[in-house]
Design a protein around this ligand. Structure first.
Ligand code: HEM
Ligand SMILES: *[C@@H]1O[C@H](CO)[C@@H](O)[C@H](O)[C@H]1NC(C)=O
Ligand SMILES: *[C@@H]1O[C@H](CO)[C@@H](O)[C@H](O)[C@H]1NC(C)=O
Ligand SMILES: *[C@@H]1O[C@H](CO)[C@@H](O)[C@H](O)[C@H]1NC(C)=O
Ligand SMILES: *[C@@H]1O[C@H](CO)[C@@H](O)[C@H](O)[C@H]1NC(C)=O
Length: 327
């Protein structure tokens, strides 16, 4: 071996070990080559069965994945149950309305039956959210890299500071996303997820009944839409009624979120807040174009799914998604 070749080899080895020291990165088809070639197919097949009996599931899983990634990274910490010693994320106020846990448990059991102890709950959640939302399109709407590992920690008190609230103004939203390495543009793009799913009246009823504390209505909310919402929500104390977030198309994943938003029909203050910043408002207008939205959403979801992931030998592969391994 010549001296330059040797030096080159040293450089390559050193940089490779640096990558490993950082825990490495997520990769395409992490399970395909060795540990569980059929993992992604099992999830895709099973999730379409689950969605056919529960059309609300795609929205629930998309939100669950988001809440996972924003607290301790995409490590399935959101899936852990509270224990005698610890109150977990899912028992915090913002997470009480999360759903879809049972679907993840089902998928995990289905995968475990064929490949025990190799596929993480965090990857199952990321893949399931993508596959569920993609069903009507017959092709994956975004790429999900894999190789995430599961965390062993889930703390209720960490949710409020990391999950944005529906009453946040633009400055608060920008800071919140910036803390996760996401840009203003990505904030606007990912908010487009509100094109599917439902919300409880309590998430927006102050806009209808007591906006500034004088029993008033949010003037930035379209009056006709406000009247419609008031016909559904019984008042500030209504904590049970749910309404579609994107009226008329709450089960279809499309860019209607943005066309509604520019007509002042965004449901939350956090949605309306996107119009209060010049740069964000410009993005809102561009994303009405559905092709543009799909392209940008695919890119932003990949970035969301990458937040503070555990890889390599960090964390663990949980046996059951709701409890850490006992050893
Ligand atoms: C920008 C800041 C965000 C805020 C303040 C916010 C807030 C909320 C709130 C309050 C709800 C309704 C919960 C309820 O009342 O039941 C909701 C629902 C939802 N959110 Fe967000 N969200 C944000 C961003 C995101 C992102 C980034 C995603 C995913 C990429 C997402 C996906 C969803 C989905 C799909 C639902 C419907 C869930 C269902 O139907 O069960 N949200 N969000
Ligand atoms: C709960 O806390 C006690 C005391 O700190 C500890 O001995 C025990 O191992 C903990 N149990 C679990 C399940 O973590
Ligand atoms: C743990 O969470 C699962 C859902 O993931 C739920 O079905 C189960 O009842 C929970 N167990 C306990 C002990 O709370
Ligand atoms: C946004 O909310 C924060 C916290 O309540 C407040 O300090 C700030 O002044 C608000 N910003 C704007 C532009 O309203
Ligand atoms: C409206 O908000 C004000 C100020 O926060 C509060 O004092 C009042 O009790 C609220 N009204 C209702 C009906 O909750």
């Amino acid at each position: 071996m010549t001296r330059p070749t040797f030096l080159l080899l040293v450089c390559v080895l050193v940089s490779a070990s640096l990558v490993v020291a950082q825990g490495g990165d997520l990769t395409k088809n992490f399970y395909r080559t060795t540990s569980c070639p059929q993992a992604e197919d099992i999830i895709k097949t099973r999730i379409s069965q689950l969605v056919s009996s529960n059309p609300a599931l795609p929205a629930q899983l998309l939100r669950l994945h988001f809440h996972d990634c924003f607290v301790r990274g995409c490590d399935a910490s959101v899936l852990l149950n509270s224990t005698a010693n610890n109150t977990a994320e899912r028992d915090s106020i913002p997470d009480l309305t999360l759903k879809g846990f049972e679907a993840i448990d089902d998928l995990k059991a289905t995968v475990e039956a064929q490949c025990p102890e190799v596929v993480s709950c965090a990857d199952i959640l990321a893949l399931a959210a993508r596959d569920a939302v993609s069903i009507p399109f017959k092709k994956p709407l975004w790429e999900v890299l894999t190789g995430r590992r599961d965390g062993r920690v889930s703390i209720r008190g960490e949710v409020i500071g990391n999950i944005p609230a529906p009453f946040f103004n633009f400055t608060q939203l920008r800071t919140n996303f910036h803390n996760k390495g996401l840009t203003v543009h990505e904030l606007v793009v990912l908010s487009g997820a509100h094109t599917i799913g439902v919300a409880h009246c309590s998430s927006f009823s102050s806009r209808l009944f007591n906006f500034t504390g004088k029993g008033d209505q949010d003037p930035s909310l379209d009056p006709t839409y406000a009247a419609f919402l008031k016909s559904k929500c019984k008042g500030l104390s209504d904590t049970t009624t749910i309404v579609p977030m994107d009226p008329n198309s709450f089960t279809s994943f499309d860019s209607h979120y943005y066309s509604n938003l520019v007509r002042n029909k965004g449901l939350f203050q956090s949605d309306a807040a996107l119009l209060t910043d010049k740069q964000a408002a410009k993005s809102v207008n561009e994303l009405i174009d559905q092709n543009d939205f799909f392209t940008k959403f695919a890119h932003a979801m990949k970035r969301l799914g990458n937040i503070e992931v555990l890889t390599g030998t960090t964390g663990e592969i949980r046996n059951k998604c709701w409890v850490v391994n006992s050893s």
